[in-house]
Structures are given as C-alpha cells and as structure tokens.
Design a protein around this ligand. Sequence first.
Ligand code: SAM
Length: 296
Amino acid sequence: MGALGQHAQAWTEFWQGQGEVDGCCARAPEILGPVRAHWSTFGRSLAPDSQVLDIGCGTGVAGRALVEANPSLRIIGVDFASVRVHREPRIEILSDTRMESMPFSDGSIDAAISQFGFEYGQIEDASRELARVLRRGAPFSFLVHHSRARIATDSLRHRRALQEICGTVLATAFLAGNNASLDRQLARIRHQCPHERIVEDAAQGLRRMIGEAPAHRAEIWRGVQAALAPELVMLAELERSAVSPEAMQRWLRPMARIVDRGDLASRPSDIGAMELFATPIVGADPFELAAALRGA
Ligand SMILES: C[S@@+](CC[C@H](N)C(=O)[O-])C[C@H]1O[C@@H](n2cnc3c(N)ncnc32)[C@H](O)[C@@H]1O
C-alpha cells in the first residue's frame, strides 16, 4: 500500500470508531461553538440553492452546520477515507474521493468549505483542482489547523508517547521478559510523556502479559504495534499539515495570486476566538487562481 493508501486507511479506521455526528473537533470541545458560528455565518452568506463542496468532509459536520443556517443549500462532501453515513436529503458524501482529483465538471460548484481538511492534501494539486471545479467568483472558506492550537500540540505530545511505546527500547525489555527493565523504561516514558493515558494503559497491559511464553509475547507485541499504527499515521499527518502564522505565506504559495491581492491574509475574520486554533482562509475568484497555477 502506498503512503496515500495508508493515510486513507488510517482515516477510515478513525471514522469507524466515531459517531456519525462527530467531527474531528469532538476532541476539542472548546472550539465547537466558534467553528459552528463561523459556518452559520458563511452558510447564510451563500445564495439560495448553491451547491457547496466540502473538502475532506469526514462525516459532514461542517456541511450540516451550513444547511442548518441556510436550508436551501446542497452539500457535496469529498473524503478519501471510506466514511459510512446515513443519507441526508441535502448532503451527499463521496467516500474514497481525493481532493486532488474530484469527479466534478469545470465550474460546476458554487462555493467550497473545508474544516481541517484541505491542509491534509497535496496543496498544489488540490488548489488546481479547486480552481477547476469552482465557478467564477465562487466564495470559499477553509479552517486550517494552526500549529500552536491545542489540537496540534496535544497531538504532538500524544504522538511522542505512542512512538515511545512502539520503540525498540520498550520492545527489547518486554520481549526479553525482563520485568525490572520494563519498569525502568515505563518510568522513563512516564517522565517524558506525563499525563498521557495511553502510557498507563500500555504499562498495565505489558506488565500483565510479560509472563507469557516468548512466542506469545512476540505476537502480543506485533498486535500492539498494529493497533497503534493507524493513529501514528494520522498524528504524523496532522503535524505535517498544521500551519503556523509564520509559515502561512509560504504554505499559501500555490494560491499566490489570491494572496497577492490581499484577500486571504488580511481579510478580517469574524471568528477572532478561533485564531488560536485555526487559520481561516477566505478567498474569491478561483479563475485567477487557476491562471496563476498554469503560470498565466
Ligand atoms: C481532520 S479530518 C476533518 C474531517 C471533517 N472536515 C471534520 O471537521 O470533522 C481530515 C479529513 O481529511 C480527509 N483527507 C485527508 N487527505 C485527503 C485527501 N487527499 N483527499 C480527500 N480527503 C482527505 C481525511 O480522510 C479526514 O477525513
């Protein structure tokens, strides 16, 4: 499986463990209100009957907030994971669909949104595809992970803990059946990764099973690694995707023409409270973007 397939698979497993109405923000309840308010405002600003694209839609929470604010909208979400959701009259979700290659004709979409989705894609290809499918002058609004927001910093800490748990030092102690060494290593990890519940869970499990026969221990270890692998992939992707204010201009380079016009970076946001958590991009005129990307 290629890297992209691995990422899609990891997200598929993530969504299998979530409720249908949960979005990825369920882990950061403090931002649910501001994010929802943002989509309500954006939804109300759209013309009746607009067809809105939701990029990296997951279970479609952002689109649902839009429809609640403006019930005539039709949402079409794309996500490269397989996401199972009940059909809703105004929301269609296309699973297994990459944002870099979307099954829509040129200029057929009236507006686009993304709630912590667009930044996970290959920005250059995704920008080009966005510019292709949006009709001239279509508005779009993306909320992008901010590298210093709690979601990103918590993920970083959690990833470190998972890496330590899957690391060779702990594996050696466990596979050798060495209780004293296992305890030393667990104490070290606990010290390095305080308040990480997964460390306590791993400690309890490994201590309980270290007395098993060597072949069984090896099997248990493979199971632990396989169970944690998808989350490690997702957390690495989040870390790669999160944008810092300092890196924003460089990150936006594929959308250079729009940024040059000042629409993106300087446009005031009505979600001031969100600035700590995400960087909003609200742009216009994708045709100029398409031209810029073609080098016109
Ligand atoms: C952080 S989640 C956000 C989901 C949803 N927007 C929400 O807020 O609940 C990121 C989503 O982007 C999707 N994704 C990542 N890379 C993608 C790509 N290249 N094309 C389409 N979807 C992608 C993932 O499968 C995942 O569902």
